[in-house]
Design a protein around this ligand. Structure first.
Ligand SMILES: [Zn+2]
Length: 98
């Protein structure tokens, strides 16, 4: 398993909102989108990005990252996702691999 596959597996293997599991449309999303500079630079990264996956691994798979597909990521950006429900789903995804 390469580091990309490992990262996707660690974060639940699918979009935590809709369950899409095609890695080509998944991205690592920052849970706490507070509009700061960091968000602009790297608030989401294609899950196919080995560099970013390696960074997550070095950081011990931080909690502030979740897997979303492009569609759900877009919905989150425009405020159309229920963030509370998303938090519960994220916890469930994490529980399954801990
Ligand atoms: Zn989705």
């Amino acid at each position: 398993m390469n580091v990309k596959e490992e990262a996707i597996t660690v974060y639940g293997g699918m979009c935590i909102n809709c369950g899409a599991s095609d890695y080509r449309i998944l991205c690592f999303d920052h849970v706490y989108d507070d509009g700061n500079l960091r968000r602009k630079k790297c608030s989401y990264e294609r899950a196919g990005g080995a560099k970013f996956a390696a960074k997550l691994k070095r950081e011990g798979w931080p909690d502030y990252i979740q897997l979303l597909c492009f569609n759900c990521n877009h919905l989150k950006r425009i405020g159309e996702l229920d963030v509370k429900a998303l938090n519960i789903k994220r916890q469930m995804a994490r529980n399954s691999y801990q």
